[in-house]
Design a protein around this ligand. Structure first.
Ligand code: PAF
Length: 294
């Protein structure tokens, strides 16, 4: 049985795509026993009706997929990990950085892996999950036990029919996504606009270069592949143009009155700067401004 912790858009996408009958959601406290039912609209083909049971106390999952928000991950894993066999791989799909390292530090003997995905999924209605865009998923190990189970985990996830690949350096992939999120998400949340609209805004134009200079220094100082501030800005703007009409996850959180993931995006970069002795005034300013929106 594959267990999924986090029944948001991404969790529901994996549940709908993995072989029927092999998936269960991890129940929240006081969850009713009735299975989770929703409609699933694939990229091609007719809408499907999906029914996923909740994991019972006696079931021992062979894989745990974690699709909670970064800020909820530790609290959600704490009660579950003691009953999880030490051989069960745990695949973390959180945005940003910081939460993944924390999980690997707390449970170093477990096979802990991190994943990043460009699959697009959303829930325009509570009961409807839409697979909005075909993407790629990269998975890499965070602990030695995770390394030993990387291939098997990738092949299990690939049974979904989604494109899933193993990488020897998941941090490189996580950083690539972090750069994009750090350069788009806080601006969309503060300016309350779709991704593409930030580009012409004076607030974005004032801060994007100093922000990219901070990130460029952080990449080098933390041993990641070096990238110039100009290259970072180009990468951010390419994605902002490609996703011009999208509402970023941070703006969506803000609009829904949910806590944002700023602490794991620009907040993470600000903390890393403090550790490495690199000034991250722009990351701190963006973090503070987004925190004040909540
Ligand atoms: O967080 C998001 O919403 C997305 O990663 C991105 C790339 C900013 C597009 O909306």
């Amino acid at each position: 049985m594959i267990a999924i912790l986090g029944a948001g858009s991404l969790g529901r996408l994996w549940a709908a795509k993995l072989p029927a009958g092999q998936v269960a959601f991890v129940p929240r406290p006081e969850q009713s026993a009735a299975p989770l039912r929703y409609r699933f609209r694939p990229i091609n083909g007719p809408e499907l009706s999906v029914q996923i049971p909740w994991l019972t106390n006696t079931e021992s999952p062979s894989l745990l997929i974690v699709t909670t928000k970064a800020g909820d991950t530790l609290a959600a894993l704490q009660p579950l990990m003691p009953r999880l066999p030490e051989t069960t791989p745990v695949v973390l799909f959180q945005n940003g950085l910081g939460s993944q390292q924390r999980v690997a530090q707390i449970w170093p003997s477990h096979p802990i892996l991190a994943a990043t995905t460009t699959e697009g999924a959303n829930r325009p209605e509570t009961e409807l999950t839409v697979h909005a865009g075909q993407g790629e998923t990269w998975v890499g190990a965070l602990t030695p036990a995770g390394e030993a189970r990387l291939r098997k985990t990738v092949s299990t996830l690939a049974e979904s029919g989604l494109s899933v690949n193993a990488t020897p350096d998941i941090f490189d992939r996580l950083w690539q996504k972090l750069v994009i999120n750090a350069g788009i998400n806080p601006f969309t949340a503060i300016l309350n606009c779709p991704n593409g609209e930030i580009l012409a805004h004076p607030f974005y134009q004032q801060w994007i270069d100093p922000l990219c200079r901070e990130i460029s220094k952080l990449l080098t100082a933390s041993g990641q592949s070096p990238r110039s501030a100009t290259a970072l800005r180009e990468a951010i703007e390419t994605v902002a143009c490609k996703t011009a009409t999208n509402t970023s996850s941070m703006r969506a959180d803000r609009l829904a009155g949910r806590k944002t993931e700023i602490d794991f995006i620009n907040g993470y970069l600000a903390r890393l700067g403090a550790e490495l002795g690199i000034d991250t005034a722009v990351n701190r300013m963006l973090t503070d401004q987004v925190e004040q929106l909540n």
